[in-house]
Design a protein around this ligand. Structure first.
Ligand code: PLP
Length: 397
């Protein structure tokens, strides 16, 4: 085994899935994916593409028609402008897009700033590329929002990239336009790249407006923008995403992509075309349902004594479990063993996640209600549990 691989811990999330899979009455709030099946018209278009014989590779960059639709979606929705012919690569999910962005830009020993708690893949991808992940803590009391001043304190002469992921997995927190502008100013001042994972950009609530960092003055030329179809269109299994950047960065990523992946799955790319053409009502319907579920779980958690903020985006809540006196690992393990409810310990997402667990509410309201009942029963058994007296904290800003 290579030293780099050996140094990387296995995913803390997988461990819970393996145990959960052995429990028939499990309620899983663990896995971060929609419970919806991909909308029927999207599945039908994929089948039709097979019937038309579209079973070969596509261009390394992805189908031209899909790239045109991606460019027009980004421009009309987020004011981010990319040429479809040479500033977009279609990838095998945002997972591949992130890996490309890092491997194409990071040299051995380069430091990559990663706010935490954050998505579990960021730091291992950086380490595998020979880079050094530098974590910047965010705090519950600020709604886990990352600020330019916290990032600035972590910048050294070796810093090359700042990773942004918003709305955030695991906290659901978004970043305001003003905070993004300050981060961009910092990136310009220190000549840093921004790798921005905006996979949850469509999943925002209560009228929140998602600002795409690439739309801000000074940002476009130093940003690699990542997005995909997994979350908004309930297409996790199709493995479809994209990376957008200035031409020279796209060319760098293309080198990695063409040798490693060749092209994203063809059938999925046809499905992506249909999603962007006709999937808007589906996105809105799923979003409305997530919004109802968010209310149910946030109110329910606060009612049973776990203080929980109302996140602006994604489909996760990140309640405070410190009133139980348990670590997040103990809490998640006991909840799983005693009540067959799967949640992910907050520490998996970085040290600042300790004292919290991540629960994904992309599951039915019946499941959420049952999970809340089981959690209330569980909390009743935790010695010395102090229900958090505070009302839910709003996310900043
Ligand atoms: N980025 C974030 C923040 C995620 O939460 C996830 C999946 O959970 C991914 C990327 C992976 O996305 P994809 O399915 O497009 O590879």
């Amino acid at each position: 085994m290579s030293a780099r691989v050996e140094a990387i811990p296995p995913s803390g999330i997988r461990k819970f899935f393996d145990v959960a899979a052995t429990m028939p009455d499990i309620i899983s709030l663990g896995v971060g994916e929609p419970d919806f099946v991909t909308p029927e018209h999207i599945r039908e278009e994929a089948k039709a593409s097979l019937d038309r014989g579209k079973t070969g590779y596509t261009s390394n960059r992805g189908l031209a028609e899909l790239r045109v639709l991606i460019a027009s979606d980004l421009s009309s929705r987020f004011e981010a402008s990319y040429h479809s012919d040479d500033e977009i690569i279609v990838t095998t999910g945002v997972s591949e897009a992130f890996d490309l962005a890092i491997r194409a830009t990071v040299d051995i020993g380069d430091e990559v700033i990663i706010p935490e708690p954050s998505y579990v893949c960021y730091a291992p991808c950086v380490s595998l590329a020979g880079g050094v992940p530098v974590h910047v803590a965010t705090h519950d009391t600020d709604g886990f929002a990352i600020t330019a001043s916290a990032i600035e304190a972590a910048i050294t002469p070796r810093t090359k990239v700042i990773v942004l992921g918003y709305p955030d997995n695991p906290t659901g927190g978004a970043i305001s336009r003003a905070d993004l502008e300050a981060i961009v100013r910092l990136a310009v001042e220190h000549d840093l790249l921004l790798v921005s994972d905006e996979i949850y950009a469509r999943l925002v609530y209560d009228g929140w407006t998602h600002t795409c960092v690439a739309s801000l003055p000074g940002a476009w030329e130093r940003t690699i923008l990542l997005n995909g179809f997994s979350k908004a269109y309930a297409m996790t299994g199709w493995r479809l995403g994209y990376a957008c950047a200035p031409h020279h960065l796209v060319e760098a990523m293309m080198k990695v992509h063409q040798y490693g992946m060749l092209s994203a799955p063809t059938m999925a790319q046809y499905a992506g075309i249909e999603a962007l053409r006709n999937g808007e009502p589906d996105v809105r319907a799923m979003l409305a349902e997530y919004s109802r579920r968010r209310t149910l779980i946030v109110d329910g958690l606060n009612r049973i004594g776990l203080r929980c903020a109302r996140p602006q985006g994604a489909f996760y809540v990140f309640p405070d479990i410190t009133g139980t006196g348990l670590t997040s690992d103990e809490f998640a393990n006991r909840l799983l063993q005693e009540e067959h409810v799967a949640a992910i310990p907050g520490s998996v997402f970085g040290p600042s996640g300790e004292g919290h667990v991540r629960m994904c509410y992309a599951t039915s309201t019946a499941h959420l209600a049952e999970a809340l009942d089981r959690m209330a029963r569980f909390l009743g058994r935790v010695d010395g549990f102090t229900p958090h007296p505070l009302p839910s904290l709003p996310h900043r800003p």
